[in-house]
Design a protein around this ligand. Sequence first.
Ligand SMILES: NC(=O)c1ccc[n+]([C@@H]2O[C@H](COP(=O)([O-])OP(=O)(O)OC[C@H]3O[C@@H](n4cnc5c(N)ncnc54)[C@H](OP(=O)(O)O)[C@@H]3O)[C@@H](O)[C@H]2O)c1
Length: 319
Amino acid sequence: MSRQTKIGLGLAALGRPDYINIRTQKQIDKSIEAFNENALKVLDNSYALGIRAFDVAPSYGLGEKFLLDWNNSRKHNDVNLSTKFGYTYVANWEIGFDGKHEIKEHSITKLNEQWEISKALLPNLKIYQIHSATLDSGVLSNKAVLSRLNQLKKNHNLKIGISSSGTEQIKIIEKARDIIFDNEALFDSYQVTFNLFDQSCYLVLKELLANGKTVIIKEALANGRIFRNKSFQNYKTIYDYLDLLATKYSVGADAIGLRFIIDYLEPTILLSGASNCKQIEQNLKALNFELDQTEIEKLKSFSVSPKSYWEERGKLKWN
Ligand SMILES: NC(=O)c1ccc[n+]([C@@H]2O[C@H](COP(=O)([O-])OP(=O)(O)OC[C@H]3O[C@@H](n4cnc5c(N)ncnc54)[C@H](OP(=O)(O)O)[C@@H]3O)[C@@H](O)[C@H]2O)c1
């Protein structure tokens, strides 16, 4: 059983008013001031509870700014920050914005432009990632981008990483894994979707871990879909079993979903996507118990095909 996995905090839900999760708490103040206050509170609370890894991206609305303000004012010297380049937030804090909230651009120009801002997170910035690397964007063959990332790695002692999404995660990871610069693998860190429903990357992630790479798990709660939800009748058996385990261990379904990943995959960092202090406290209960082998096997059996998982995710609304 793992004693290594650390829970980290991702700021995707903390930095902008709308996000693709299943909002359980409907009435929230969506002003910038309220989000700023909440983000700082969640960051302070997370730190007090022992969290030291924080993940962000320029496309998480004001998330990177909130993290930078927190980093500069708290001056902790034991935190590990990670950010990304490649997506730009364009919803301009418009509630219910009708259109694409973030625009992908994996060019050298975008890398240089976003790095100029993100570098303010140094020296606590430890991991710099390509945001949602894909095969079709060509970013993993873009010599200018890869060589600039290699330069940043050397100049700032950073780990360079990718994040991945979609049905082609395995192919993307394998392509990134084989990129060599100065006789060394360029990428040291892989941020990947893995949860009860999409377990497809298990083998490739185990191999990365065995080779000393950092594996960061995102969307561990399937954007909130692991909580019982009338819209997802297809998961009824899973919800029933999660409730059974939640009662047994006196935790919520979230802690069961997170603990499954800790016990089965043993990643380096498991990101919580909590949007408030209560959720982070509930998520952290995953560290207080262990699932037994029969329970892990049962939870393994709930995986669905990546195709149906990502089709369903593609239909989630920004709210
Ligand atoms: N392509 C990429 O690079 C990429 C993509 C996605 C995520 N990420 C990273 O991964 C992090 C985590 O992923 P995520 O936020 O998308 O997914 P997640 O952890 O699967 O889901 C987070 C959502 O689950 C709900 N939740 C969590 N704990 C809860 C609780 N105890 N009770 C009720 N609801 C609860 C919240 O929804 P409500 O807010 O609706 O309450 C929260 O926003 C992000 O913050 C980001 O850093 C990276």
